[in-house]
Design a protein around this ligand. Structure first.
Ligand code: GTP
Ligand code: MG
Length: 340
């Protein structure tokens, strides 16, 4: 269905344009044998700019074109004409893009809101023309300066999706099914594990108050921190969320006990980041339409000490209660800290 590649990390080599050189020139006018210096300055080299854009959903642009160099500034000319500035390059990235120096991993920018603009590689300043070097004793200066080189940056970009709520669960637990019935998103749903390969965002409308964005990610399994299944790198996409929904297949469809699933999910979350297991969360028991679910539920409650919210995403049961719980949670929780 998806025709474009989803790229969530990219390396790029970005270079600002060189500044134009200052010019050496002397005025030549009829009847003025030795005109004064009138060499103009060089123009600034173009910047490489990065801007967040809510209509851009992956780093694909940098994946195909990882080396960018902005245009050089024009050289200065006679009659004090300044060279033109080099054209800037604007690279659009999704909201939630972190930019780090490739060499030392220093965080250069974390662009979250739509429209944030960051100059990643400045263009060099233009050089000075000889008209700047005149003094009372030095009337025919030939001095000028060359344009400065543009900045060169090798950076790594990482997308961490910006959403309010993250869906966590084993493959096949019904995360995508749930997203499809509480929002207008159309994630792929299938009875085999790892159907979801890329994060997908859905929006819940609570008119007239607010919107809640929910991100659906791939399934997490035991050993994900060692690379099992699809690994755990995709958990970055719930790092910025304020609230998690842990979805448990209460019917044990794939032959595991739901209480084990819960313990393993928490363990894998904790191994990815201690922050994630402390994040406010709601445990949801899905597939309650299947008879086995009623059998597993009491033992789940007893072993985990958690009374999950029972739903059937497939039959659209329990969804109003779930939506209300999300809404209440959003109101209670302060906006996310920007220090991830
Ligand atoms: N009986 C029943 N089946 C469900 C329910 N919710 C989801 N399913 C089924 O479970 C299977 C997996 O659903 P998905 O929504 O793709 O599961 P997922 O958690 O997104 O799986 P991955 O993307 O692989 O991690 C599909 O065959 C769904 O139809 C439910 O409430 N009841
Ligand atoms: Mg899925």
């Amino acid at each position: 269905m998806k025709s474009h590649k989803f790229v969530e990390t990219a390396k790029a080599s970005l270079i600002g344009g060189r500044g134009g050189n200052g010019c050496v020139n002397f005025r030549r006018e009829k009847g003025v044998p030795r005109g004064g210096p009138d060499g103009g300055d060089g123009g600034r080299g173009g910047h490489v700019l990065i801007q967040t854009d809510r209509n851009t959903d992956s780093l694909i642009a940098l994946y195909y074109q990882p080396c960018r160099r902005a245009e050089d500034g024009g050289h200065g000319k006679g009659k004090q004409q300044t060279g033109r500035n080099g054209k800037d390059i604007l690279i659009l990235v999704p909201c939630g893009t972190e930019i780090r120096d490739e060499a030392n991993r220093e965080l250069l920018a974390d662009l979250v809101a739509h429209g944030e603009l960051f100059i990643i590689a400045r263009g060099g300043r233009g050089g000075l023309g000889n008209c700047h070097f005149t003094t009372s004793t030095h009337q025919t200066p030939r001095e000028h300066t060359a344009g400065e080189p543009g900045e060169e940056k090798t950076v790594r970009l990482d997308l961490k999706i910006v959403a309010d709520v993250g869906l966590i669960g084993y493959p096949n637990a019904g995360k995508s099914t749930l997203l499809s019935v509480i929002s207008h998103a159309h994630p792929k749903i299938a009875a085999y594990p790892f159907t979801t390969l890329n994060p997908i965002i859905g929006t819940l409308r609570f008119e007239p108050y607010t919107d809640i964005t929910v991100v659906d990610i791939p399934g997490l399994i035991q050993g994900a921190h060692r690379g099992a299944g699809l690994g755990h790198a995709f958990l970055r996409h719930v790092e910025r969320t304020r609230f998690l929904v842990l979805i448990i297949d209460m019917a044990g469809t794939d032959g595991r006990h739901p209480a084990d699933d819960y313990a393993i999910l928490m363990d894998e979350l904790g191994r990815h980041s201690a922050d994630l297991i402390r994040r406010p969360a709601l445990v949801v028991a899905n597939k309650m339409d299947l008879p086995a679910a009623a059998g597993y539920l009491p033992e789940f409650v007893q072993r985990t000490g958690i009374q999950p919210l029972a739903i059937s995403a497939k039959n659209r049961e329990g969804l109003e209660t779930l939506k209300q719980a999300l809404f209440d949670a959003m109101i209670k929780i302060r906006p996310p800290a920007q220090d991830h």
